[in-house]
Design a protein around this ligand. Structure first.
Ligand code: CO
Length: 151
């Protein structure tokens, strides 16, 4: 309880301090994914180290094996095309090649039609542009990608 109160105080304090505050408020991001192979959100901005609560909801009536999506945030150094290509052969690890696992900052895992999955993670501390993708085969190539901007 003490911890909770301290956390609350920190959050309230931050609301009054416009700049230079390191105690950032959690960011909530809701993304939908469609049969048209599109994410509803193409760009997300966050501050360095900000806590993110991200929900991926999949809108589809197709069976999960035919149509599912994930949301995978990649490290800046990742060769994105190669990462996605490597993943095609790895259905058992949610289309992420085991050898490329270290490139992943955060992932929802595969989500089927009518389902949703919420994850929490911290935004990278290093400022810049990061890429997020869906690794289900063919989806990245069709445009299931976006930018995660830390600034
Ligand atoms: Co997809």
């Amino acid at each position: 309880m003490k911890t909770f109160i301290r956390l609350l105080q920190g959050t309230l304090l931050c609301a009054f301090i416009a700049s230079g505050c390191t105690h950032t408020v959690k960011k909530v991001v809701n993304i939908e994914a469609y049969d048209s192979l599109k994410f509803s959100v193409k760009e997300i901005t966050a501050s360095p180290g900000q806590e993110i609560e991200l929900t991926l909801k999949v809108i589809s009536n197709l069976p999960k094996s035919a149509m599912s999506h994930n949301w995978v945030l990649l490290k800046k150094s990742t060769d994105v095309k190669q990462f996605v290509t490597d993943g095609i052969q790895h259905k058992d690890t949610q289309y992420v090649a085991p050898k490329d696992k270290q490139d992943v900052i955060a992932t929802t895992g595969l989500v089927g039609g009518g389902e949703s999955k919420t994850i929490t993670f911290k935004a990278p501390k290093e400022k810049g542009e990061y890429t997020f993708v869906c690794t289900f085969p063919g989806h990245y190539q069709a445009g299931m990608k976006g930018k995660f901007i830390v600034k």
